[in-house]
Design a protein around this ligand. Sequence first.
Ligand code: ZN
Length: 316
Amino acid sequence: MRRFLATALWVILLTASARAELSARWIGVAGLILEDGETTLLFDPIFTRPGLLHWVGLKPLIPDLAAIEDNLKFLGLSKADGIFVSHEHFDHAVDAPWLAHHFKAGLYGGPSLEKIMRANRELYGWPIPKGVGAKNSAEKNLAQSVLFHSVADRADVTVGKFRIHFYRRDHAAIFPAINFHFLAGLVPENFQFGFYDYREGEVWCYRIEHPEGKIFIDQGSHFFEGAAEEVKGVDFMFAGVSNKASVSDFFEKYVGLFSPKILVPLHFDFFFSKANRGETKFLPGIELDQIRARIERDAPKTRFVLPGFGERVLLK
Ligand SMILES: [Zn+2]
């Protein structure tokens, strides 16, 4: 009987692990969900879209809670174990603290993200997490709120079966021809949701080890110091394409050097209007067809996958 129970338990465990496949879902702009059936990680999740009043600096940019809730429902996203922010431009950072609070997930980023998180804590009246900066026992007993993890270059953290390694890199110029950088510098100390205060901050990319394969997530679109080591042997690569200098620069000098099994572009949709969950509206001049053609011609071992909003991409 005992042996039967032990065998039955093994069968259940094996079935469960067979079902837990490593997958990714693109959720608009640079947002990405990585899941393995056990652990859910979010990278640069944003559902808030700025309007004209934000762009002209007349209205502070805070999370659009209706848009967030609507999208979470659409995605069936009911948990997150860790939230990672690659840098502090609004299109990467505006919703992350709110989502970290909502899911009671750790929030990972640099000092600039911490300033945005603190402003959110004040705005929404979230309690200080247990033990963090607590002055007395009453504060220590407050419920868990956003637990911020300050990350460091080449440090790593383990969440579930994911081991995430942080690498500090540079942000691409938005107009590479004239080397123009959008809102460079750090988020100001007195951050109060000013649209133009979502400055670049600290820029990170991630090498992630998982039993099912090696993943690389980079919002940049050009080679960086350390890439030869960091990206080497990667199975699944996610790369921002909005700031690439050219298709040949992106391919020949960066992704084409590494032959991942799967390459998924990020940051290709037109994010100046409301999120479009139907047919994707692309940023002008994004040249995804040329990237695909180049990969098919010169990197036949790499599969180029252009995801639709919320579509699951199996990583295998
Ligand atoms: Zn940016």
